[in-house]
Write a protein that binds this ligand. Structure first.
Ligand code: PLP
Length: 391
């Protein structure tokens, strides 16, 4: 990126033609041309340069989605970015692009539950076998690789249990065995981690979360390197997974303040973590303590941490954990994090799925907090008052 990330987000994509700071929403199903000649010329340009924004049909995009793609491409420092209607659409597209019947895929055990359902359940009926690996025992990966293995799919940190993996180790295993790699980078976004630069083939971000930042848009991005571009482009064409221009506009608007919001989410989360760390029944699942393996792995690759954290709570009485969560007043109860507001969730089977390597000891319960942009003193007060219920 030629400019500093923060400056880039403020100055890119200004529209001097329409004289609007943000580019307008261009809605089109028909991309209209003045002559058949012009239409054919655009198609020829598109064939020559498939990432150049030469559209002849609304499903391919309009100038609004193209501008968002260009912004994300610079942020990710990658070959191209595909946009999908949801983050999960990008998860699906990454796998569907490179995996075929008869293949096997290696998937990190602590993936987002719908990703687990897609891989272990749905793909099974297409004769694609999923093997889950322990995110904290990467040596086990090599033993699981067979001649049929095609892809290593990572999510970092692990969904709800927040394991950080040794990412370059995964990349070097994949290179050695000529496997594709994909990572779900929604937690950090390219503000804190650039997976394509690190060596991943594909990187997913749910734009629903920090990119939009206001809990009112859904979208996804799939950044790719040159190696996988042709596979993803083909799959993207046949699935029709495209983001609409109105959502693209809102994501562009959200991106203007991505850095400011993430800096503040991080600052608030560190203050909350500092408070929670002193509570004897609480163990933090957040890169905060510098003695843990997770902290070392985070430090090795990331330039910062977002606002989503986990806690394990030691309590004989599970209902007391529910009471703790339920009595919070400044935390809403809901799934989609990454907005400006704080959220809490008690984790059950429904959130975690059938994990094979979840490290929870007896009487430990998982809670997830999203630390929003409120005054952290208020959040700490709210937590303090509610933690009293844990027994
Ligand atoms: C890590 C992660 N990846 C992907 C998704 C899916 O994103 P979306 O809700 O935009 O489909 C989520 C949603 O919670 C998520 O947490």
């Amino acid at each position: 990126m030629e400019k500093n990330f923060k400056t880039f987000l403020k100055h890119t994509a200004k529209d001097y033609y329409n004289q609007s700071v943000n580019p307008p929403v261009v809605r089109a199903s028909t991309i209209i041309f003045k002559s058949m000649n012009e239409l054919r010329k655009t198609q020829a340009k598109g064939k020559k340069n498939p990432i150049g924004g030469h559209f002849d049909y609304g499903r391919q995009g309009t100038s609004t989605t193209f501008i968002l793609q260009q912004m994300l491409k610079k942020m990710e420092e990658c070959h191209h970015v595909f946009l999908t209607p949801t983050g999960f659409g990008s998860v699906f597209l990454s796998i569907f692009s490179v995996v075929r019947p008869g293949d096997e895929i290696l998937v990190a055990d602590p993936v987002y539950y719908p990703t687990r359902l897609l891989t272990e359940d749905f793909l099974k009926s297409f004769n694609i076998k999923t093997i889950f690996y322990d995110a904290h025992n990467l040596n086990s990966i090599k033993k699981k690789i067979t001649a049929k293995t095609k892809l290593i799919y990572v999510e970092n940190p692990g969904s709800n249990s927040f394991e950080f993996q040794d990412l370059s180790k995964i990349i070097s295993i994949a290179k050695k065995y000529k496997l594709f790699t994909a990572i779900d980078n929604t937690w950090a976004t390219p503000y804190f981690l650039k997976p394509i630069k690190l060596g991943f083939d594909m990187s997913i971000v749910s734009a629903t979360k920090y990119y939009s930042g206001h809990s009112d848009v859904m979208g996804g991005s799939l950044a790719v390197n040159k190696r996988v571009f042709k596979y993803v482009e083909k799959a993207n064409k046949v699935t029709g997974l495209r983001l609409g221009p109105d959502d693209a506009y809102l994501i562009i608007r959200g991106l203007r303040t991505l850095d400011v919001r993430l800096d503040k989410h991080q600052e608030n989360a560190k203050k909350v973590a500092n408070f929670l760390d002193k509570h004897k029944k609480v163990k933090l699942l957040y890169p905060y303590k510098n003695s843990s393996y997770n902290f070392k792995m985070w430090k090795k690759y990331y330039s910062g941490a977002s606002g989503l954290m986990g806690l394990t709570i030691k309590a004989k009485n599970k209902k007391s954990v529910t009471k703790f969560v339920n009595s919070l007043r400044l935390f809403g109860y809901g799934y989609s994090w990454g907005g400006f507001e704080s959220l809490a969730l008690q984790q059950e089977f429904r959130e975690l799925g059938n994990r094979k390597f979840l490290r929870l000891s007896k009487d430990e319960h998982l809670v997830r907090l999203h630390i929003g942009l409120e005054d952290p003193k208020d959040l700490i007060q709210d937590l303090k008052k509610s933690l009293r219920y844990i027994k």
